[in-house]
Design a binder for this molecule. Structure first.
Ligand SMILES: Cc1ncc(COP(=O)(O)O)c(C=O)c1O
Length: 145
């Protein structure tokens, strides 16, 4: 099953059963996959109910679709950035840089070039899957002596 139809089916199931669908975009958010959010590759009818972010965002948190998911205390963050609230300002600057310099489109172009290069030397690559997220690779290499 293709990744896209898997996640579309998963979202349909979660909606049917009243379960929140969480997109953990700590690694994939902020343009890392050639879209601003990795879940955009799935072409869902609606965004996941919760989308988490951190790392490249230089701050951390989550978006939510249901007001019930709003944290009951403001400015509380437990994550890589240890609750440093000033990072929200930094994150805004990161977003401005990404958007003003078209870095998401750039990442998509570089990703395509990288993937094509990998595919061209595929004899040494035993597994190269899923351009929709990160690219997991298993390389066959001579064992160290
Ligand atoms: C995929 C993923 N989710 C969540 C986390 C946790 O990140 P944080 O502690 O910044 O919320 C990590 C950290 O490496 C991660 O890689």
């Amino acid at each position: 099953m293709h990744r896209r139809s898997f996640f579309q089916g998963l979202q349909a199931l979660t909606k049917k059963h009243g379960i929140y669908l969480i997109g953990d975009e700590v690694q994939t958010g902020f343009g890392a996959t050639g879209r601003f959010w990795g879940h955009e590759h799935w072409e869902l009818p609606a965004a996941p109910d919760i989308v988490t972010f951190s790392k490249k965002a230089q701050t951390a948190g989550y978006f939510f679709s249901d007001a019930m998911l709003r944290p009951d205390k403001a400015y509380q963050q437990f994550n890589t950035w240890v609750g440093d609230t000033a990072r929200v300002i930094i994150s805004n600057a990161v977003i401005d840089e990404i958007l003003s310099k078209n870095l998401v489109e750039h990442t998509a172009r570089v990703g395509d070039i990288f993937y094509e290069g990998l595919a061209a030397c595929s004899s040494s690559i035993s597994e190269a899957k899923s351009r929709a997220h990160t690219l997991p690779l298993t390389l066959r290499m001579p064992a160290p002596c």
